[in-house]
Ligand binder design. Structure first.
Ligand SMILES: Nc1nc2c(c(=O)[nH]1)N[C@@H](CN(C=O)c1ccc(C(=O)N[C@@H](CCC(=O)O)C(=O)O)cc1)CN2
Ligand code: GAR
Length: 212
């Protein structure tokens, strides 16, 4: 059984999808940089240890990251999962958790790194957008890719409608990526639950070559 620590900044729907996937691993803690993150209420209601490490209470990124890393380390994580965590992490933090620090980003990396990806994709008139699970490196949204899900952009899409469509795919590929990285040959079915069967017929996983 592996120890998973999940970092959030908001509602935490990706965290919820991972919790509800039924993985045979421990969600050791859910930690947020914002005390008002809705995901904290969900985790507490499920009896998952929570903590808040506020970036506003530290004078520098390095100071914040050091306190955050110490809080994470208390839970002896095998995997640290950024799930809507909205702070850029310093090279020292990334190095400390290198190889066991992942993120989900709402674009098909390497396209559209950074923020506001849905609006930018719509503005550019792209026909395909999606989401990417990747290892976190010092360079923003540039780490080795673990999985991607591709989603069509519709003519009348707004950032919100596109984000909602992509979020459903995020909730499939993130738990799947966590399952793989925690050493399981597990697959998750359409409803996002662990199954002993192989990938679903219409899965949109693009497994990075180094993962094969
Ligand atoms: N060193 C890295 N840190 C983080 C990465 C990464 O790949 N390398 N991924 C991000 C997640 N993310 C996109 O997927 C992302 C999150 C936040 C920002 C950003 O500009 N944040 C601002 C604050 C914004 C806010 O508080 O609302 C900032 O940190 O100044 C860009 C991309 C997580 N960290
Ligand atoms: N650059 C990071 C970023 O934009 N992440 C995105 O924030 C949302 C968090 O939703 P959630 O809190 O419901 O999981 C998700 O769509 C995730 O891809």
């Amino acid at each position: 059984m592996k120890n998973i620590v999940i970092l959030i900044s908001g509602r935490g729907s990706n965290m919820q999808a991972i919790v509800e996937a039924g993985l045979p691993h421990r969600i050791a803690a859910v930690i947020s940089n914002r005390a008002d993150a809705g995901g904290l209420d969900y985790a507490q209601a499920r009896g998952i240890p929570t903590a808040v490490v506020s970036h506003r209470e530290h004078p520098t990124r390095e100071a914040f990251d050091a306190v955050l890393a110490a809080e994470i380390d208390r839970h002896q994580p095998d995997l640290v999962v950024l799930a809507g965590f909205m702070r850029i992490l310093t090279p020292g933090f990334v190095e400390h958790f290198a190889g066991r620090l992942i993120n989900i980003h709402p674009s098909l990396l390497p396209s559209y790194t950074g923020l506001h990806t849905h609006q930018r994709a719509i503005d550019d008139g792209v026909k395909l957008h999606g989401c990417t699970v990747h290892f976190v490196t010092a360079d923003l949204d540039h780490g080795p890719i673990i999985a991607q899900g591709a989603v069509p952009v519709l003519r009348d899409d707004t950032p919100d409608t596109l984000a909602a469509r992509i979020l459903k795919v995020e909730h499939r590929i993130y738990p799947q990526a966590v399952a793989w990285l925690c050493g399981g040959q597990m697959w998750l079915n359409e409803s996002g639950k662990v199954t002993s069967n192989g990938p679903e017929a219409n899965d949109t996983f693009i497994v990075a070559p180094e993962m094969e």
